[in-house]
Design a protein around this ligand. Structure first.
Ligand code: UDP
Length: 389
């Protein structure tokens, strides 16, 4: 392979899960280019720094101009398509690797298809079977699946999903999920954060503060960002968090609030009336740097989240997950016994958390669930497959 493989990535989860693939290709001296598609700009920079990656090309997107348009998704997508196409024309890669289900992944795949460049799809075959939930991600991944040449599926179920849509079996490779090696790497870097951490001073102060809570304290990590949870559902979730922290003095909540303005406004609004004593155990933060997030995830009692990546990381770090959604494209985590799908109704969230609080045997079983996303060799498997083409 003399022409480069181009890796397209731009959102937080894409960078985290493509980083192990990037390093594996680099270790094997495979010619490679990295295109940052710019979908998350502020959150991307610390991640590239943490993983020691410098993009070769950057798509510049004026988010404020897009936000002012009526058709935000269409404007973003058309901009991504034209800009990514220009980079492909200039660089003529042999293969384009895209990850998951974002609009930038779909546009990178479509741009590659238009120029007849074969596409490798990392984390292929996830399906919720509800085209509006998650929106637009469910349709994005189905469409990428229609165009990809190599489908790197994390699990046997993902392979079944692809087969049911007519994808040729010889093109599907069940390789696990590279989130496992990313999480292992990030978490191990943080084990001795007091001596080895090179991140921000305020982050280590924050972790010291969390470590100083008395023994028996239970950290509940909360993250919410999905479109289908915005506005009404986030308010319901926040009300549940208030009730839990008010009623349980051993609960400490860490909630890195997603920068989306609707999410931010709703969360801060709902949590402002908490009592003084509960408020001292409720920590709303900006998005956390990835290794800091992993440290908290590893030391948390549970994580309540609608994030896909955090579910996978939690099961990789033995922390039970309560999924704040009605549907999931990762039923494997639930079937493995590591997660419960609890939706976003206040009453149900409170009941589910309190029931787990009372049942230590059930809790322990969730911690010990087997990781359905493989053994941390995904990136090396993908690299081997691409190198034998
Ligand atoms: N994440 C992070 N800091 C935070 C919250 C999340 O680094 O404050 C990471 C998290 O570890 C996971 C990824 O961001 O790997 C998940 O991103 P998100 O929830 O935005 O997307 P999803 O995984 O649902 O596609």
């Amino acid at each position: 392979m003399t022409k480069p493989i181009l890796l397209a990535m731009g959102t937080r989860p894409e960078i985290i899960k493509m980083a192990p693939v990037y390093h594996e290709l680099k270790k094997n001296n495979v010619p490679m280019l990295l295109l940052h598609t710019g979908q998350h700009s502020d959150m991307a920079i610390p991640l590239y720094r943490f993983f020691g990656i410098v993009p070769d090309y950057n798509v510049e997107i004026d988010r404020s101009a897009i936000a002012q348009e009526d058709c935000e998704l269409a404007s973003l997508s058309s901009l991504l398509l034209s800009q990514i196409s220009k980079v492909l024309k200039k660089t003529e890669p042999s293969v384009v690797l895209v990850h998951g289900d974002t609009s930038s992944a779909l546009m990178a795949a479509l741009a590659s298809f238009y120029q007849q460049i074969p596409i490798g799809h990392v984390e292929a075959g996830l399906r919720s079977r509800n085209e509006y939930n998650p929106f637009p991600e469910e349709k994005n991944r189905v469409l990428i699946g229609q165009m990809a040449h190599w489908h790197f599926a994390p699990t046997a179920r993902a392979k079944e999903n692809l087969l049911s849509e007519g994808v040729d079996a010889s093109r599907i490779h069940v390789v696990g999920n590279s989130v496992v090696e990313a999480a292992q790497h990030g978490a191990s870097q943080m084990e001795n954060y007091r001596t080895g951490f090179t991140g921000k001073k305020e982050d280590s102060v924050f972790l010291d503060m969390l470590s100083s809570y008395p023994k028996g304290t239970k950290i509940l990590l909360v993250t919410v960002h999905r479109r289908e949870n915005q506005e009404k559902n986030i308010a319901l979730i926040a009300q549940a968090i208030v009730e839990l922290v008010e009623k349980n003095e051993d609960f400490v909540v860490v909630w890195p609030v997603h920068p989306n303005p609707i999410v931010k406004k709703t969360v801060y609004n709902e949590l402002k009336n908490v009592s003084k004593s509960a408020g001292q155990r409720l920590h709303l933060t900006e998005p956390l740097e990835y290794p800091v997030l992993l440290w908290i995830l590893r030391h948390a009692w549970v994580v309540l989240t609608d994030s896909g990546g955090i579910q996978e990381e939690a099961v990789s770090l033995d922390t039970p997950v309560l999924v704040l959604r009605e549907t999931t494209e990762r039923p494997e985590v639930i079937e493995a016994g590591a997660a419960l799908l609890i939706g976003s109704e206040t009453k149900n969230i409170v009941e589910q958390v309190e029931s787990l609080h009372k049942d230590s045997l059930r809790y322990e079983a969730m911690c010990k669930a087997k990781n359905p996303f493989g053994d941390g060799t995904t990136a090396s498997q993908i690299c081997k497959i691409l190198m034998t083409q």
